[in-house]
Write a protein that binds this ligand. Sequence first.
Ligand code: BG6
Length: 519
Amino acid sequence: MMLTTDTGASESNPLREGLPRTRVPEPCAVVLFGATGDLTHRKLMPALYNLARDGHLPAECAIVGYARRDWNDETLRREFAQTLPAAIGPGFDEFWPSFAPLLAFSGGTFDDPAGYDALRTRLEALDAVRGTRGNRLFYLAVAPEYFATIIANLGRAGLIHPTDPPSPWSRVVIEKPFGHDLASARELNRELGHVLSECQVYRIDHYLGKETVQNILALRFGNAIFEPIWNRRHVASVQITVSEELGMAGNRGSYYDGSGALRDMVQNHLMQLLCLVAMEPPVDLSADAVRNERVKVLDALPRWSPRDVYANVVRGQYAAGSIQGTEVVGYHAEKGVRPDSATETYVAIRLMLDNWRWAGVPFFLRTGKRLPKRATEIAIQFRKPPTTMFEVDAGESAGANLLVLRIQPNEGASLAFQAKVPASRRRLQEVRMDFRYGTAFAVPPPEAYERLLLDVMLGDPTLFTRTDAVESAWRFCTTILEAWQRPEATPNAVYDAGTWGPAEADALAADASTHWRRL
Ligand code: BG6
């Protein structure tokens, strides 16, 4: 299951870490809605190719692209014969002849029932020819406004099987955003619920597919030394940073401008990181046990008034600046962005969880575009020793231990502690113990999408977000969004591209006698 640190290299490619071989799913057809789109090209098809090549897909498998275009099986295969090599790299040609026959195409629009009837007929034919046995994975790699339409049509066309055995399985994967606020998330969940049971819905948050994110639980609950000190008595504060150098890469401007950092990153990725750092030990690693504990963290998020929001949340937007010596434009000059847009590209939040373990411990969350570098990390700042008998450097956290979990890049963890400076009598200096995935395991971890797609095929929802968690995270974020809409709300603070965000965010940390880490 998800927390194994299996290091067995696959037979076909010794440089790739193998997902455990015991995890071969049942025969099935994978249907990709949005087969001609960006996500399918960049992530989904490469992940399926790698899974197939490394022996993780069942022998009886079909991958069916569904899209509006006037394509056929051959056109689809030609398309990916051209675009996949860049994603796969050297060695593509060797496995392509085995992979190409898995690909099939079924044409149709998202709202025309005839397209779904044709899809059903095609899938039944593939059941007979390829032995896919009626099991279906529908991946909705489409804009969220199509989710409800596609799911309703799948239901109408009889493509969703009942959940009780011996019926074959049907699973539907959707990508964020799951709504744009609490009300719309509830409405979406209600619409999904007309056709699907909770156990058939897989909401992807690709952060949960990252090996280093899964390792948070391994570190916490696979070792005995951390858990006794993982609480308010020993932890002074926690910082979670997801910093990005990128601005509006590609054509993302218009999507992002309707979303902003809170919806795009905080409601999902940062909330999931918070859950894994703050949750109680689950009774075991079953999906229910882990997801129950994750959602309890979200339920313990504060219930804020607008004033609390203004005191604890800073939003910002980047102006022109320079990133590693390259001049970049400000947010308003990005393609697809409204010239007077008030969308935030940076958010910093200080919050306390209202529960027994964490009461009184500030959690600092921040994320932003056009910050100096791409870095995701979680820093646990421990309290200082109760008395000082040594000489330590000045500063509010001087002498305290710091555990940093580096999610990406330079994946690993480090623990800062004090050591006596040689030949001095009482002088201490901070030193670090460092663990790096690259050197410890010597093989790169699997891509998040490979892990997640495989888990859907295996019917393991542990790394996916349940309805209650989506709604709980939205409850918190909607309070912030609503406060920002009020007339008294302070507008975005401006920061220059290439800096660590607006100065206003520093005050959040300073009020709690700490400072944001410079990564
Ligand atoms: C996506 C966001 O979910 O995550 C993007 O929509 C963001 O705006 C991306 O850039 C970050 O993912 P990663 O894996 O590169 O940290």
